[in-house]
Design a protein around this ligand. Structure first.
Ligand code: BG6
Length: 485
């Protein structure tokens, strides 16, 4: 791995995301050598911490990584510096700039800067504006902005945020995070679709009956009601992760394995999303909220009983819908998506069902399908119509199955490690472009508008697979959710 020289300025250095994901990811890059001698991280947040205390926090966040040695942890943590910072105070940016310049000298970084926004999104615009007005961007080396979700609350607020960051950074300096794009099995879609003539030939409306995407979570809202109450499953999971999967599954073959070529076809896929009228949205998208249930003798709170949630909350913790893309190869193929909290178990999967044969020897045979398992297992199952064993010509579904070895999969770099590594290396492939974000918001805003006048909120028992409306949605098309462990 080639070493990247950089000063990383992390807004939100004391936060949960930094501890749970970003420090372990940077530690992984350190152990792989992409971060080595020539880097420093300035963590900023409001609290007045010392460097020593900050290093303890960073060490604690990484010391349990498999195989970590005390020496490695200490060497890694020695690159971290803390600067207490009020994001609205211009003078603080000058302090930050001076510290960055000093560390740049000390570590011979050459002017490279990665600004990482991992704090409450209400501050993103303020920070970007001050980075410009206080002239933090260097004239030698690269200046890149990594920005976490949520990227706005709707199209209008996303546009406003985008305008404020593009006043400081140009599109190619902006790395918008959607951590699903760092996942192994999302990155594997390109190979599956385009390295296999078998699938390449049938990946279109002539052969595909429907596509299903399930992002099921077992956890509830956890400690995040403050954010989630205002977002809900539609904004939290559909606008970003599900839409990115839809684009990867329906886009045309890129002309090259480059960021530019991939974003070109991906943007076209986003543009092809069929945006609903409010009436169509209400007919094609359903929502739900988890209700209390007792699972294995333990009572699980309903959403409205969770800390920080309004007793009459209308926030969706579950969404299921049918969407379509108006591209020549996919027009008319239903794409069913669903996601929710407090579902039966954590499971992320995509199933592509192929049309049954309608003529010849086996006319009327069952449809066949291919499932991609993203998490917790990683791999594929292809169900084919096989012949039953014995003196018969009757058919039976047979499964061709591959799963990555769980141990090897656990040792492969985690999504954040891949993404931060890419941002440091200047590879824009796995980040979202503004055009994609904007198109996804137009789509999602239409769904939200379709629900706006409807005060009813279907519920589902915690631990189930969502409200009955989600099953009826497919049943009325003569389809059903595919689900297997
Ligand atoms: C995040 C959402 O983007 O994705 C969370 O904000 C959700 O609510 C998480 O739990 C799920 O990610 P993963 O990687 O566990 O599927």
């Amino acid at each position: 791995t080639e070493e990247t020289h950089a000063v990383i300025i992390l807004f939100g250095g004391s936060g949960d995301l930094a501890r749970r994901k970003l420090y372990p990811a940077m530690f992984g890059l350190f152990r792989r050598g992409q971060l080595c001698q020539h880097f420093a991280v300035i963590g900023t947040a409001r609290r007045p911490w010392s460097d020593a205390y900050y290093r303890e926090i960073v060490s604690a966040a990484v010391e349990d990584e498999p195989g970590a040695t005390a020496g490695q942890v200490a060497a890694f943590a020695s690159h971290f510096y803390y600067q207490s910072h009020d994001v609205t105070d211009a003078a603080h940016y000058t302090t930050l700039k001076d510290l960055a310049a000093k560390l740049d000298d000390q570590y011979a970084v050459g002017g490279n800067r990665l600004y990482y926004m991992a704090m409450a999104p209400s501050f993103f615009a303020t920070i970007a504006t001050h980075l410009k007005s206080e002239a933090l961007l260097t004239s030698t080396g690269f200046n890149r902005l990594v920005i976490e979700k949520p990227f706005g609350h709707d199209y209008a607020s996303a546009k406003e945020l985008n305008d404020s960051i593009t006043a400081t950074f140009d599109e190619h300096q902006i790395y918008r995070i959607d951590h699903y794009l760092g996942k192994e099995m999302v990155q594997a879609i390109l190979a599956l679709r385009f390295a296999n003539p078998l699938f390449k030939a049938v990946w279109n409306k002539d052969y595909i009956q429907d596509i299903q995407i399930t992002l099921a979570e077992a956890v509830g809202v956890e400690e995040r009601a403050g954010y989630y109450e205002g977002a809900g499953a539609l904004r939290d999971m559909v606008q970003n992760h599900i839409m990115q999967l839809v684009a990867y599954l329906t886009m045309a073959e890129p002309a090259a394995k480059t960021a530019a070529a991939i974003h070109e076809v991906k943007s076209a896929a986003f543009e092809a999303l069929h945006v609903y009228t409010p009436a169509e949205a209400a007919a094609n998208f359903v929502r739900g909220q988890y209700a209390a249930a007792t699972i294995n003798g333990t009572r699980i709170n309903g959403y409205r009983e969770e800390t920080g949630v309004a007793a009459d909350s209308l926030t969706d913790t579950f969404v299921a819908g049918k969407l379509g893309v108006d591209s020549p190869s996919f027009a008319g193929v239903p794409i069913y998506v669903r996601t929710g909290k407090r579902l039966r178990r954590k499971s992320t999967q995509v199933t592509v069902t192929f049309k049954p044969t309608t003529s010849g020897l086996f006319a009327g045979a069952a449809p066949t399908n291919l499932t991609l398992y993203l998490e917790p297992h990683q791999g594929y199952s292809l169900f084919i119509n096989g012949k039953q064993l014995g003196t018969t010509t009757a058919l039976m579904p047979e499964e061709l199955k591959y799963r990555h070895d769980p141990h090897a999969a656990a040792n492969a770099p985690e999504a954040y490690e891949r993404l931060i590594g890419s941002a440091l290396a200047g590879d824009e492939t796995d980040f979202t472009r503004w055009q994609e974000v904007a198109a996804a918001w137009h789509f999602v805003d239409a769904i939200a508008a379709g629900w706006a006048d409807d005060p009813t909120m279907p519920t589902y028992p915690a631990g189930s697979m969502g409200p009955s409306e989600a099953f009826e949605l497919l049943a009325k098309d003569g389809h059903q959710w595919f689900w297997q462990p």
